[in-house]
Design a protein around this ligand. Structure first.
Ligand code: FES
Length: 104
């Protein structure tokens, strides 16, 4: 795991779940059980998780499943809310371009 601006370091005396590996935009990334997809992406300095149909970046806004600004593609399922989706080992996560109509 590299140096991440948004992840609290393990030296801060915090408890985490087991380390797991996922794929983020084709790159193998380490995360922890108990984290959401949004947590992992922010830890990877990826605050823009999708773009609008006009290409404007969007990311975490409400953090509780209401605004739908954090839509990503998880295991080939588009329009997945990153803030409401728990990380699982082997998960494939991709940023999303625009709204993928018909897949909600
Ligand atoms: S940040 Fe609002 S739904 Fe995910």
């Amino acid at each position: 795991m590299s140096d991440h601006a948004f992840r609290i370091t393990s030296s801060d005396n915090i408890r985490r779940g087991a380390e797991i590996e996922v794929t983020l935009n084709g790159n193998k990334i380490k995360g922890f059980e108990g984290e959401t997809v949004a947590t992992l992406m922010m830890a990877e300095n990826m605050v823009a998780m999708r773009t609008t149909t006009e290409g404007q970046p969007r990311g975490i806004y409400c953090g509780m499943g209401v605004c739908f600004d954090c839509l990503v593609v998880v295991d080939d399922v588009a329009n997945t809310r990153a803030c409401m989706t728990w990380l699982k080992p082997g998960m494939k996560i991709e940023t999303q371009a625009g709204l993928r109509a018909g897949e909600i």
